[in-house]
Design a protein around this ligand. Structure first.
Ligand code: CAA
Length: 560
């Protein structure tokens, strides 16, 4: 073992390693290939006491330390980085805050099922305009009698939608910067709480990641975590611990790749000798072993400090930054050592290589880790109190009219067509080829995931025919659902629409899609979710179920 641990920790390592080798490793390829969230594995982890490692036994936890926790994440990630982060996000992000800031009632209700593995935890901080700048939260929670009304959207949320409870930040007092942000316990079953389709990711594909959508979600007042206005501080403290988890995940991935490459290099004979003995490879292995050991020391040191209730935020950031940079480098070198064989699906270094990248990005990019470290080592500068509030991010589609119609679908459709006619649009070109080129098209009707099953596309096609438009879609609707061929979707990585009229149906208005239409003369959004970002980035919008809105619109266009 590369680090002298007390016997109980080594025994614990063996306990987790045996489980990982026996249960996770044999299915890791399949979990990755098919992006399967391993429900059975998570259930077994609960039964083994792994879902509540560093938490009190009185609430169903294992009563162990953060070093135990780090070892568990490391050992799982040594065979599958996706499974490792399920445990890390559950423990550090979704659970620790409840144990630390929750009251007795909240602990009994939410913490006990989390620690005993009956439910999974998630954490909702990141938003489209609040990534590294996490104080830029736009989700709001307005107190109304006995509940807060939660509205907004969180993105890139690990364990969503499998998690049952989420610790979510929202602005409760606008204008107070980070002091106006509070944290809430939000149950998956609360009305108005929905999820996006899970993302299709480069790596850690056994872990599931989706958006959280809140539309007038009534969060009971008693689900406020700790004190109002302290949510940002809690989030920062939660992330300090989370970074130990991600560092451990990176360490496990690096360890797995190193062991695999070493075994391969010992078995591979070229020029009559084991390639492991060739100096360029033996030196590489020596460097790998050294960096892995250094990562391990940094991680265990941060975990020990956390256990001792010392300040450990900087140590966790150093560990996360160093271990993740190490993982990215080592997995690349391990694949290189395999040569062409490492580039083939099913060889574990190929997966480790993809899994490693995210560890440099999430729970604070490594650039942010340097901000955290330098903030700790340099004398603190008092922030200028007069500094103006951060400005809202400018619209990606320029200044738009933002005329939104809601209520009766027929009325809304009528108002939209009148507005378009007033702008000079006519609807007499019915012979446009739906599959004609997007480049150079004057009108486009695009479908998003919000239209649901593929048979609903017929309605969207009818609208395109009536409008004299070609058919397109958002990226996920093309790549995941296959509504249109993958060379026809609009967005950052797809086609750009520069014509006159764009109508998007069931599209949320993610930044990646909006980047495909800034040059469109008129943008129309149709969505049943009033909080969809598209409504802040369009000329005209209709809030309503597309099953009602689209036929009404077709009717109005025919009459026009
Ligand atoms: N502990 C306690 N309080 C802290 C703190 C900490 N670690 N860090 C900051 N604070 C407090 C400060 O003392 C300050 O308090 P006052 O306002 O009372 O003075 C307040 O928080 C604001 O601090 P800063 O001025 O330093 O905050 P900032 O707005 O400049 O941001 C930052 C600091 C380090 C850049 C922070 O925004 C940050 O960590 N950004 C990265 C966000 C991040 O890690 N996101 C990850 C999302 S979760 C995820 O990725 C999960 C996953 O998928 C698995």
């Amino acid at each position: 073992m590369a680090y002298n641990l007390p016997r109980d920790l080594e025994e614990f390592r063996k306990y987790v390693r045996d489980f990982a080798e026996e249960k996770v490793k044999p299915i890791a390829y399949h979990l990755d290939r098919d992006k399967v969230f391993p429900k059975e594995i998570v259930k077994e982890m609960g039964q083994l006491g792994l879902m509540g490692i560093p938490f009190p036994e009185e609430y169903g936890g294992a009563g162990l330390t953060n070093e135990h926790y780090a070892i568990a994440v490391e050992e799982l990630s040594r065979v599958d980085g996706g499974v490792g982060v399920i445990l890390s996000a559950h423990t550090s992000l979704g659970t620790w805050g409840l144990n630390e800031f929750g009251n007795e009632e909240q602990k009994q209700k939410y913490l006990v099922p989390l620690l005993t593995g009956k439910s999974i935890g998630g954490f909702g901080l990141t938003e489209e305009n609040a990534g590294s700048d996490s104080a830029g939260t736009e989700t709001t929670a307005v107190l109304q009698g006995d509940h807060y009304l939660l509205n907004g959207k969180k993105i890139f949320i690990t364990n969503a939608p499998e998690a049952q409870t989420y610790l979510v930040t929202a602005v409760t007092t606008p204008g107070k910067g980070n002091h106006g942000i509070s944290m809430f316990i939000v149950d998956k079953d609360f009305e108005g709480f929905t999820f996006s389709e899970p993302y299709d990711k480069l790596g850690i594909r056994a872990s599931i990641t989706a958006e959280l959508h809140f539309k007038d979600v009534k969060v009971p007042k008693e689900n406020l975590l700790g004190e109002e206005g302290k949510g940002f501080k809690y989030a920062m403290m939660i992330l300090d611990g989370g970074r130990i988890g991600i560092a451990s995940q990176a360490l496990g991935i690096a360890q797995g790749a190193y062991e695999s490459a070493k075994d391969y290099a010992l078995s591979r004979i070229q020029f009559g000798e084991q390639i492991a003995r060739m100096q360029h490879n033996s030196f590489k292995l020596a460097d790998m072993a050294t960096s892995i050991k250094a990562s391990r020391l940094l991680i265990y040191d941060a975990a020990k400090k956390k256990d001792a209730h010392d300040n450990y935020g900087m140590d966790a950031a150093m560990a996360k930054m160093f271990a993740s940079d190490t993982a990215e480098r080592i997995t690349s070198e391990a694949l290189q050592m395999y040569g062409g064989s490492g580039f083939i699906k099913g060889v574990d270094v190929e997966r480790f290589y993809r899994d490693s990248k995210i560890t440099q990005i999430y729970e604070g990019t490594n650039e942010i880790m340097r901000v955290v470290i330098s903030n700790n080592i340099l004398p603190r500068v008092k922030k200028d109190k007069k500094k103006p509030e951060a400005k809202k991010a400018p619209s990606l589609v320029g200044d738009r009219k933002l005329q939104i119609f809601k209520g009766d679908a027929k009325e809304s459709a009528k108002k939209l067509v009148e507005a378009l006619k007033a702008e000079g649009y006519t609807f007499d070109k019915k012979d446009v080829d739906l599959e004609g080129p997007i480049d150079g098209a004057q009108r486009v009707v695009a479908a998003g995931m919000g239209i649901g099953e593929s048979q609903n596309l017929e309605l969207i096609k009818d609208l395109a025919r009536e409008t004299g438009a070609v058919l397109s879609s958002s990226r996920p609707a093309s790549q995941v659902r296959g509504y249109v061929p993958t060379d026809r979707y609009i967005g950052l990585s797809g086609k750009k629409f520069n014509g006159e009229l764009y109508i998007g149906v069931g599209i949320s208005g993610a930044m990646q899609h909006l980047k495909g239409i800034p040059e469109a003369k008129t943008i129309v959004a149709i969505n049943n979710d009033e909080s969809a970002a598209f409504f802040n980035n369009c000329d005209y919008g209709i809030v309503g179920d597309f099953h009602e809105v689209v036929p009404a619109l077709i009717e109005e266009i025919k009459n026009a």
